[in-house]
Each structure stands twice: as C-alpha cells, then as structure tokens.
Write a protein that binds this ligand. Structure first.
Ligand code: PLP
Length: 429
C-alpha cells in the first residue's frame, strides 16, 4: 500500500520514509590529495612568533587566504582554527573597554554572544525579525546607549541580516558593525556576498557547514588596521615590537587561533565546491517551496529583496492557532513519518543560565559590574518576545546540513508533510 495513503505513522500506519538518508558528505579524492601533499612535505604548521613573513603562517594558509579574499571580494581574509576563535578575535580587534556594550541577536549559536563576554564586554540582546529570523534593526536602534560600541549581527540559516539598516544605525551612533556569517557563506546581499558588509565578518569551516575542513574559520575585512590586529590576535600578539604597534595594543590579548596547513589545504579545495553546495541547497529549497505551497498554517522561508538564501536551515513558521494543534504534536507526526533533521525551535541565547544569572567570569557578576549601567541590564523571559515565541511554539526547521537530499528524498519529505496535513483531524482527535 502507498504509505501516504495509509494511517499516520504516529497512529500506527506505515511511515513515508523508512530508511535514513545518507549523511552529508562533501570530502573527496581532491581533499585527500591536498592533505597528503602537506603531510608529505612534513610542515603541518609554519607560523613563527616573531615579526616577519612567517608570523602570518605557512604556504597553505596563505594560499587559502588569498583564494578566499579573491572569492568573497575582501581586501583581507585571515584564517583561524575555528569560527568561534574568529568571533573572539573580531570583537577583540575592536579594542573595547570592560563593560562596553555590544548589541547582538538571541537567535544564533552561543559563540556569537560569548565572543563578547570573552572580551569583557556586555551582550545586549535585540529581538529578531519574524520573517527573516535575523536581528531586527528597529530593536537594535532602541537599545543603543552611550556605552554601546558595536553591533554583532548574525546572518542566520543562510540569509544576510539587514546590513544596510544596521550600517545606518552604526554610522549614526559611531558604532562598529560585525557579523557572524557561519551559516551563510556564498549568500548574496545586494552587490556582494553576505559577511562583507560589516567591518569584520567571516565564516565557519566546521564539519556541519556548507564547506568545511574539520574545524576552521575565515575572517574577512576591508580594513587594513583591523586586519593587522586580527593577525596579531591570532598568533599571541607576540610580534608587537614597535611603539606604534604597542599603541595599538588595547584589548588585544593574543591567542593561538592558528589554522594548520592540512586544514588550510583542504579548505582551499572546499572553497571551489561552495558554488555547487549553494546551488544544491537552493534546488532542495525550491523543491520544498513548491511541494509545501498551500499547506494551511505553514509558512515557508522568506527571502529579503536583493538577497539570496543558501539554506543552512530551511526555516518554517506554524500558525498553531489556525491549525488547532501544537507544534509538538505535528512534530511527533512528522518524525514518525521519518522526516530527517526536524528542529523544534532554535535558540534563545539570552535565556541561558550564563545570562540569566550573570555568571560569565567567576561568580561576582563581571563584566556587568564593570559598567555603571550593569545592574539595569537583566536577561529574563519577555526580553525578546519574537524570538521567544518562535522558539517556544511556532518555529519548525529542517536542518539541510545533516543529509544529502536527492530530489527523490525531497519528494518523500514533501509527501510526509502532505500526508500529515491531509490527516490533521486524526491528529487533533
Ligand atoms: C557554527 C557556528 C559558529 C561556530 O563556528 P565554529 O567553527 O564551530 O567555531 C558560530 N556561529 C554560528 C551562527 C554558527 O552556526
């Protein structure tokens, strides 16, 4: 019997999808050869701590950086050993004072916000736009205080934040603008790529991202001074020798954020695959958009004018009132049909205990204690109502990063949705 004609799998019927899809795999022979070549050369990392060429890394790192800068259209690309490292370095490059405020989004991975805390600054969470899931510029504007120094946006799920509006706010108040484009490499925003419209942006190269080298990240900036600071921070800031460099030191503790040669060689090959990875996600999304069109109470992803979406996550919103069903009930039904990669909600970073209880550094409330406004800054439910509602009740995602979706697989996902939507009464009963 055709599975979609049977009873819902949740209620004892046959699931539409009865075997797991193949896990996402994009590493092939070219990557193996690139890695082997580095290994045969014997130099797996070539940074030196002293001033000079080698302060900036070995040949594979430099080649990857040149290629990434050219591809994304950035003046500088700086490779790091994870994008979490990249975020910490980006905030550090701004040279903030303890207790300075940075406005960011709660609908992102924790690393976006903790990069601010690592630099002794205070994350201030602005709510998100319910259409794009990206930080809402109007909410940002309302949160600017005399202690605000920067905005750290995230280009979430594959779509750029509204960088034009954020830049206007930043310029108006003398703020720096950073963005976390981990999930959106290759997404277009107007005339260029997402990530390139901030003072510093950048991408993750971890295993789950569009392109990867195991662990890694790449910072992009057009600002020579920030690029120099980023390179210093990446390599312990050990090469600071001149008085001029020393005067630049503020907020610039160095780390070991160096990407290795093997990872850089693999990342170079992966960069050649980005366009195809993006195109394949876009084909999956177009097929889903067409197949899910017209399902009541289900909104498929919105793409802002002038942007393209690269679908790290295919983000949907349920109208649970119209449906007369909770998200959890629908989710159980879809899971039972075998739909892979379902996400019930995403993130409300502002409600993590770290923020709720202000226990970032030690137990005495630093960095909030470093600000005269610190006591007035609190994190509690109600702070970001749009993000909270989506997370608690109405957001439903498909993580496209976990499996290879062939067209016939996408058809089966669509069939599972249509089967569930065809039997909503049975679910309500
Ligand atoms: C993956 C991700 C990061 C962290 O990147 P890593 O390379 O794993 O450190 C940060 N922010 C967002 C939005 C991400 O998706």
């Amino acid at each position: 019997m055709n599975a979609s004609a049977s009873a819902l799998a949740l209620l004892g019927g046959t699931p539409v999808i009865d075997a797991p899809l193949a896990p996402f795999r994009s590493i092939g022979e070219e990557e193996a050869q690139a890695a082997a070549q580095v290994v045969r050369g014997g130099v797996l990392s070539a940074y030196i701590g002293a001033a000079g060429e080698a302060f900036l890394g070995g040949p594979a790192v430099r080649a990857f950086e040149a290629k990434a800068a050219a591809y994304f259209g950035a003046r500088h690309a700086i490779a790091v050993n994870s994008w979490t490292s990249g975020l910490i370095a980006a905030v550090a490059a701004l040279g903030l004072e303890p207790g300075d405020e940075v406005i960011t989004t709660p609908w992102t991975m924790a690393a976006t916000a903790t990069a601010i805390l690592h630099n002794n600054a205070i994350p201030i969470f602005a709510d998100i736009d319910p259409q794009t899931f990206n930080i809402d510029p109007a909410a940002v504007e309302r949160l600017v205080t005399p202690r605000t120094r920067a905005i750290l946006a995230a280009d979430i799920f594959g779509l750029s934040a509204d960088m034009r509006a954020l830049r206007a706010i930043a310029d108006c108040h003398g703020l720096k603008l950073l963005t976390d484009t981990a999930q959106s490499p290759g997404a277009r925003y107007g005339s260029g790529f997402a990530g390139l419209f901030a003072d510093i942006g950048g991408f993750s190269l971890n295993y789950h991202k569009h392109i990867h080298c195991g662990e890694g990240g790449i910072l992009v900036t057009d600002d020579d001074r920030l690029a120099a600071r980023l390179a210093m921070i990446r390599n312990h800031a050990e090469a600071v020798t001149t008085a001029q460099e020393a005067s630049e030191l503020a907020g610039m503790l160095g780390y070991n954020f160096r990407l290795g040669e093997i990872e850089a060689a693999i990342a170079s090959v992966q960069l050649d695959r980005l366009e195809e990875r993006v195109a394949s996600r876009q084909r999956v999304a177009a097929q889903l958009n067409a197949g899910l069109a017209g399902l009541s109470g289900l909104r498929t992803p919105q793409v802002a004018d002038g942007s393209t979406h690269v679908y790290y996550v295919y983000g949907m919103v349920l109208d649970t009132q119209q449906l007369g069903l909770s998200r959890e009930r629908l989710l159980a039904a879809l899971r039972a049909e075998g739909v892979p990669g379902l996400m019930n909600g995403y993130q409300n970073i502002h409600l993590l205990p770290l923020f709720r209880h202000k226990i970032a550094h030690g137990t005495t409330g630093f960095p909030w204690t470093a600000s005269p406004r610190g006591d007035a800054i609190t994190y509690a439910p109600g702070l970001c109502p749009v993000a909270e509602e989506l997370h608690a009740r109405s957001f439903l995602g498909l993580a496209l990063c976990l499996c290879e979706y062939e067209p016939q697989d996408v058809d089966r996902v669509i069939e599972a949705f249509r089967k569930v939507w065809g039997q909503l009464d049975a679910l309500r009963a």
